[in-house]
Design a protein around this ligand. Structure first.
Ligand code: NAD
Length: 489
């Protein structure tokens, strides 16, 4: 079978990228070549932005309820193709099929919420602000928006933005991660099936050049980015400031999970495993630092239970229903995680569970991308493994004498994406949610992922911008407020 060469989608047509440079898209569990993805150029971006700009006037004048109807049809198609969409994610990303089903559901929820646009986009007004004078506030679409996607949720993350942008009457260019371009390609094919007018949604595959072209294009009004802090802060946010674009930059994380002695450890363990090792640790909401607060006996009991549960996680090809953790998304990711494990050992932490010793469900799988869960104990907050985002299946266990010290550790971290507290104390939970400077707080929930109708609220180095993705924030992001003051003689 010849390997497919992916094409861009511009103005309702599938077109070859204007480049000779292609990257391989590889199934990390099996090592098989799935496709080749073009590293498109600024000429490709220019073509896509022109097409989006041309489509904008007619699309913005299409009534919101009519725009929403495309999304109702899209939602139906996504439900029909649910299994196929989930399988595509597992093949290109490596996550387990169950995790892909979860991702598919979360993506569809975004489409569902965006169908409410005739209500969500409503403005407000007041009669008689002075005698015989009324004032109205409308929210209007702006023009061409774009999305630059990360590799870790190839289906869901672009859907944090695309449905809302087009529902509000904007047109769009999406650039998938070149590591996982196939799920986004399927989304575009579904939009094509619902006959979305040409030019409203365009897709350009690529990497740095395509990103930079979007950041500098004068006809792009705004950029939505999800990815690492280094790129989000130093390239995306900075350049959008220089080029005068709206920006949402949702970035990296180092999340603390605080477990108090008064929690129900047994009931908490499944959630802790999902938090630290779900999606092979490649999640911006993943637990990374486990902070235990309690006496010596509790500390020992918690460490033993955590390590026992982590060691029992079945690692293999995510297409196998019995597998609980898939591979890292590519060999470079595995090497990066190995580098952190070595650094942790060098800096004096004790590797109590060594995930480098592979225990795969199928010994014939290629080892290039696999690691089993690793657990470090005797970690201090200053160590590199406690400070930097590892983005892999590695847990660092720290100890705090009380909740205040644990909260202090969270505040010393440059990141502020998520934090969770496991406790049976309402008072501790209330203090935690009030004091902790993180955008997403879990109480006895290890992955506090906001639903589509709430904002995705990172703080500190985890977010750059003002309005967040999802919820009411994203509707405001994609619209401009216009006020009309009106009198009739
Ligand atoms: P990344 O920053 O490497 O890449 C993200 C996007 O930026 C990709 O489309 C890539 O092509 C582009 N890009 C990368 N380097 C670039 C450069 N030098 N110039 C121009 N464009 C460039 O991120 P990733 O590895 O794909 O994703 C993982 C990161 O995303 C993690 O840090 C994770 O925490 C973060 N993330 C954050 C959230 C959130 O909501 N805060 C959600 C998911 C992932």
């Amino acid at each position: 079978m010849p390997v497919p060469r992916l094409r861009n989608y511009i103005g309702g047509e599938w077109v070859e990228a204007q480049t000779d440079e292609y990257d391989d898209v590889i199934n990390p569990a099996r090592g098989e070549l799935l496709a080749q993805v073009p590293l498109s150029t600024s000429a490709d971006i220019d073509r896509a932005v022109s097409s989006a700009r041309e489509a904008f006037p007619e699309w913005r004048n299409t009534p919101p309820a009519a725009r929403a109807r495309y999304l109702f049809r899209l939602k139906e198609l996504m439900e029909e193709r649910f299994d196929e969409l989930a399988e595509a994610q597992t093949r290109e990303h490596g996550k387990t099929i169950d995790e892909s089903r979860g991702e598919t559901r979360r993506g569809i929820e975004q489409v569902e919420v965006a169908t409410g646009i005739p209500t969500l986009m409503q403005g407000y007004n007041l009669e008689d602000i002075a005698a015989g004078i009324d004032e109205h506030c409308f929210f209007q679409p702006i023009g061409v928006f774009s999305h630059i996607a990360p590799f870790n949720f190839p289906f869901m993350v672009p859907l944090w933005f695309v449905p809302y942008a087009i529902a509000t009457g904007n047109t769009f260019v999406v650039k998938p991660s070149p590591r996982v371009p196939l799920s986004q390609t399927r989304i575009i094919e579904l939009f094509e099936e619902v006959d979305l007018p040409p030019g409203v949604l365009n897709m350009v595959h690529g990497a740095n050049e395509a990103t930079n072209a979007l950041l500098h294009h004068p006809d792009v009004a705004g950029v939505t980015f999800v990815g690492s802090t280094a790129v989000g802060r130093d390239i995306i946010y900075k350049t959008c400031g220089q080029t005068g674009k709206r920006v949402i930059a949702q970035c990296g994380a180092k999340n603390f999970i605080v477990v108090m002695e008064d929690c129900d450890l047994e009931k908490s363990m499944a959630g802790l495993m999902t938090s630290f090792f779900g999606n092979t640790g490649q999640r911006c909401l993943a637990g990374a630092n486990l902070v235990l607060v309690g006496g010596d006996a509790f500390y020992k009991r918690a460490v033993d239970a955590f390590i026992e549960a982590a060691a029992a996680i079945r690692v293999g090809d995510g297409m196998d229903e019995s597998v609980q953790m898939g591979p890292l998304q590519n060999g470079a990711s595995k090497q990066r995680v190995l580098g952190y494990i070595e650094k942790g050992i060098r800096e004096g932490a004790a590797l109590a569970l060594d995930g480098r010793k592979l225990r795969l469900t199928d010994p014939d799988l290629p080892e290039d991308c696999f690691l089993n869960p690793s657990v470090f104990v005797d970690v201090t907050p200053q160590m590199t493994i406690a400070r930097e985002e590892i983005f892999g299946p590695v847990a660092s266990i720290l100890r705090a004498k009380d909740l205040d010290q644990a909260i202090g550790m969270i505040h010393d971290s440059p990141y502020g994406n998520a934090a969770a507290l496991y406790t049976s104390s309402g008072q501790a939970a209330q203090k935690f949610r009030h004091d902790v400077k993180c955008g997403n707080i879990g109480v006895n929930i290890g992955i506090p992922a906001p639903m589509a109708f709430f904002p995705f609220s990172g703080m500190k180095d985890s977010f750059f911008g003002a309005l967040h993705g999802q919820g009411r924030d994203v509707i405001r992001f994609f619209t401009e407020a216009k006020v009309v003051v009106e009198r009739w003689f």
